[in-house]
Ligand binder design. Structure first.
Ligand SMILES: NC(=O)c1ccc[n+]([C@@H]2O[C@H](COP(=O)([O-])OP(=O)(O)OC[C@H]3O[C@@H](n4cnc5c(N)ncnc54)[C@H](OP(=O)(O)O)[C@@H]3O)[C@@H](O)[C@H]2O)c1
Length: 305
């Protein structure tokens, strides 16, 4: 077995940069991350208890070494949790109950407050938690998935060095645990909702025989989040026109609904827009004004609805 150090502060291992890393578990995304660690010369362990034949096949093909007991986690300097978000707490509990004393990376989606609780649990057991999230597809294409990290600098640096260069990029977002989870939530709330909206629009357009025309019309439009996020003029123009878009969207929601397509998202968007009327026609608002309007007026929506 490797003589890798267990220092939770991310100190150098006795074997130089070669570490023993546990991957919990080798799903599609986990295997992509683990394969890069193997390519960097690390020994990657996977814990087989309770896992399926599909996970075993991925692990064996990627060259991960099987462990059958949590006792083996005592040899590990970094444990990477990348499974189902709903399983993240149980995985952390199991690791906390094991002899593991290294850097624990939770790269699952989740809530910032919950990951801070997990960090406290692991700290009591002598481990250091790095908060993480993964954005992108598991295929190691270009661009490949990106691992975002937040937490104590030395532990984040240890994990970043372990991944080195490869199709999986690593970015530090903050020294504060919870920041990576917040990033994932912010990204997912836009991306996943946008996919649902896109599908609903396509279904509605199909029903009215205009699906191809909708595609043509949409091709000219840039992706929404980068467009709005990088251009304050664009963001301001959305808020400035909210008073006009609100009734339009509420009416559209009714029209969708009557066409047999769920109108709930469009209806909610219309009702949120209706609350941004304080910025009516303020096309030259700066970022502070735009964000303040959206935050404060939307907060009222959260309280009252
Ligand atoms: N795939 C993507 O496109 C993508 C993109 C960004 C982020 N992610 C994130 O990556 C994580 C994993 O996604 P994935 O695509 O790799 O999923 P996946 O292919 O379905 O693999 C999930 C892995 O977690 C294990 N697992 C499932 N339920 C478990 C439980 N209750 N306890 C312990 N282990 C459990 C599975 O083992 P068994 O099946 O053997 O039980 C499997 O090895 C998720 O948090 C996801 O949000 C994925």
């Amino acid at each position: 077995m490797s003589a890798t150090s267990h220092r939770p502060d991310g100190g150098a291992s006795k074997d130089g940069d070669r570490q023993t890393i546990a991957l919990l578990h080798p799903g599609r995304m986990g295997t992509t991350l683990g394969a890069q660690l193997v390519a960097q010369g690390h020994r990657v362990l996977w814990w087989s208890t309770g896992r399926s034949a599909a996970t075993r096949e991925r692990a064996e093909q990627a060259g991960f070494a099987e462990i059958r007991s949590p006792e083996a986690l005592g040899e590990v300097s970094v444990a990477l949790s990348i499974a189902e978000p709903s399983a993240a707490a149980d995985i952390a509990q199991a690791v906390a109950a094991s002899p593991f004393r290294g850097v624990y990376v939770d790269a699952n989606a989740g809530r910032p407050d919950r990951i801070r609780e997990t960090a406290a649990l692991l700290r009591r057991r002598g481990s250091t938690l790095v908060d993480g999230c993964v954005i992108g597809n598991p295929q190691p294409a270009d661009p490949g998935p990106r691992l975002y990290l937040a937490g104590p600098r030395s532990a984040v640096d240890l994990v970043t060095r372990a991944f080195g260069a490869g199709p999986v990029g690593v970015t530090t977002v903050s020294t504060e645990v919870g920041a990576a989870k917040a990033l994932k939530s912010a990204y997912a709330s836009h991306q996943k909702t946008a996919y649902v909206l896109a599908l609903l629009s396509l279904v509605y357009a199909e029903r009215h025989g205009v699906r191809e025309a909708l595609l043509d019309a949409s091709r000219a439009a840039p992706p929404t989040l980068p467009e709005v996020g990088a251009d304050v003029g664009r963001a301001a123009s959305v808020v400035a026109r909210a008073w006009r878009w609100a009734p339009e969207l509420v009416e559209t929601a009714d029209e969708l609904q009557e066409s047999g397509v769920p109108g709930d998202l469009a209806s909610a968007a219309g009702r949120i827009l209706a609350r941004w009327d304080a910025a009516k026609d303020q096309f030259d608002a700066d970022w502070e004004r735009v964000l303040t309007t959206v935050l404060h007026r939307s907060a009222a929506f959260c309280e009252k609805e």
